[in-house]
Ligand binder design. Structure first.
Ligand SMILES: Cc1cc2nc3c(=O)[nH]c(=O)nc-3n(C[C@H](O)[C@H](O)[C@H](O)COP(=O)(O)OP(=O)(O)OC[C@H]3O[C@@H](n4cnc5c(N)ncnc54)[C@H](O)[C@@H]3O)c2cc1C
Length: 434
């Protein structure tokens, strides 16, 4: 039996772990076109700020890889032939498979304005991108950052940490408007400004200006021009579905898979950022661009590839991240509609967050320590916890386990409710009685 896995990200490596845990003798071949193999993609943000060094991005030791006993080929897969069950590799060789996992992740949507191919126009997708940004930041003094979501902010903070002055351009009127509410956006923006970032709202790049092939500034839609030595962007990502598409697998925004991570071809699976996974609970197929779901999906796919009939149970999407230095936990559905700065999903994001829940908002705290709850009939549906994180863990449980909160619902929705106290009391009581 030969298992082939395309992609050396967390979904791919988790599948190897799952397969090897069950099948000690089957051949596993992992194929990847990133020269650095498996590393922490979220960690790239901390590499930019200087909080971690390259080597701490690599979570696995040589010995751990050896134990997994798989063949690693540094190749790009060009084509899948599902009839012959072979992969065409970029060195012209063919590799046959019995079971295949596509875990090719997602790519940063490129900027499409004139000048986007100038030197100094950068994205943050791979380790090589992060290294390129750091190299540029040594020479550059002024950067323009374009886009919304977590990655644009990570670019801003990384450049700031390297002593670069940042102009942050937003097409809309506030930061990350489809996930954060207005107050949360303003908190983040205020902190960025305090750190020295110049924010420009309703500002859209029409053209990137260059000289001798290098970026020197931008022209905005309203005719204004701005100078810069580099431009970094994060306007969203797209699942890397090209292989699946040309192999005629069922796709929508990502590769469509059932709860067993299986595509419409029973020998082909997909997991991670590339997969649009069916959730039997809601009846919807959703994209997540989050590390933990990618790991869990990869693991479940691996188990199913070896014949264990294990469904992937989609959990409530959660991200603990840092927005302008402020720890922020986003759980469940918290959405606010559309964001002009993002095309589709962003890195570290989940489509579930964007859903407009049938819920009433309860909120407290208007400085950096803030909590916003989406309160349904009997359950909490989502939460955003900024700053003080003491509520984060109980809220994760209350939301994920759909704990009935009807006893505190009125208390939460009361004007001037002390949400933190209500939740802490409820949680302690729950722990004692359950
Ligand atoms: C800067 C950044 C910040 C992030 N922040 C967060 C965060 O705060 N929280 C969070 O939960 N998530 C975050 N994420 C997202 C998280 O890293 C991803 O959800 C996760 O890495 C997805 O794993 P994956 O295995 O599906 O795909 P990937 O990690 O994208 O791996 C896919 C691999 O497949 C390879 N590949 C693609 N096509 C081919 C081909 N044809 N042949 C061979 N190889 C191929 C790619 O080169 C890549 O190595 C962040 C990501 C980035 C880049």
């Amino acid at each position: 039996m030969r298992y082939a896995i395309i992609g050396t990200g967390v979904a791919g490596i988790s599948a190897v772990e799952a397969i090897r845990g069950v099948d000690r003798s089957g051949e596993i071949v992992m194929l990847g076109d990133d020269p650095h193999g498996y590393y922490s993609r979220p960690g790239l943000a901390y590499l930019l700020t200087g909080e971690v060094q390259d080597k701490s991005l690599f979570p696995k030791t040589r010995e751990e890889y050896a134990k997994l006993n798989f063949v690693y080929k540094k190749n790009r897969v060009l084509e899948i032939d599902r009839t012959a069950k072979t992969l065409q590799l970029d060195d012209r060789s063919l590799l046959s498979y019995d079971k295949l996992l596509i875990a090719t992740g997602a790519f940063a949507i490129p900027l499409t304005v004139p000048g986007a191919n100038l030197q100094g126009v950068m994205k943050l997708d791979h380790l090589e991108d992060a290294r390129g940004i750091l190299k540029h930041a040594k020479r550059g003094r002024t950067a323009i950052v374009v886009g919304g979501g977590i990655t644009a902010l990570e670019l801003t903070e990384g450049l700031l940490a390297r002593g670069v002055h940042v102009h942050y351009l937003l097409r809309g009127t506030r930061y990350w408007s489809n996930v954060l509410d207005e107050h949360e956006s303003r908190i983040v923006e205020g902190r960025l400004q305090a750190e020295g970032v110049t924010l420009h709202f309703r500002s859209e790049v029409q053209e990137i200006l260059g000289r001798s092939g290098k970026v020197i500034g931008v022209r905005l839609l309203d005719g204004r021009t701005m100078k810069c030595d580099m431009l970094a962007y994060a306007v969203g990502i797209k699942p890397r579905i090209d292989l699946a598409q040309s192999a005629d697998l069922a796709i929508d925004r990502g590769i469509l898979v059932n709860e067993y991570l299986q595509t419409n071809d029973p020998d082909v699976y997909a997991a991670g950022d590339v997969a649009q996974v069916y959730d039997p609970l809601t009846g919807r197929s959703v994209l997540d661009s989050l590390w933990s779901p990618a790991r869990e999906q990869g693991y479940a796919a691996g188990l199913n590839m070896v014949g264990k009939h294990k469904p992937y149970i989609k959990t409530v999407p959660l991200n603990v991240t840092r927005l302008a230095g402020l720890t922020t936990t986003i759980i469940g559905a918290v959405g606010n509609g559309r964001d002009e700065d993002l095309v589709g999903i962003a890195r570290g994001d989940s489509e579930t967050w964007r859903q407009l829940p049938d819920a009433i908002v309860a909120q407290s705290g208007f400085d950096i320590n803030r909590v916003r709850l989406l309160v349904g009939e009997n359950h909490l549906i989502g939460a955003v916890v900024m700053g003080d994180q003491k509520l984060s863990a109980p809220l994760q449980k209350i939301i994920a386990e759909k704990i009935n909160i009807s006893s505190i619902r009125d208390g939460l929705l009361r004007k001037d409710a002390k949400i933190a106290d209500v939740i802490v009391d409820f949680w302690l009581h729950h722990l004692v009685t359950s």
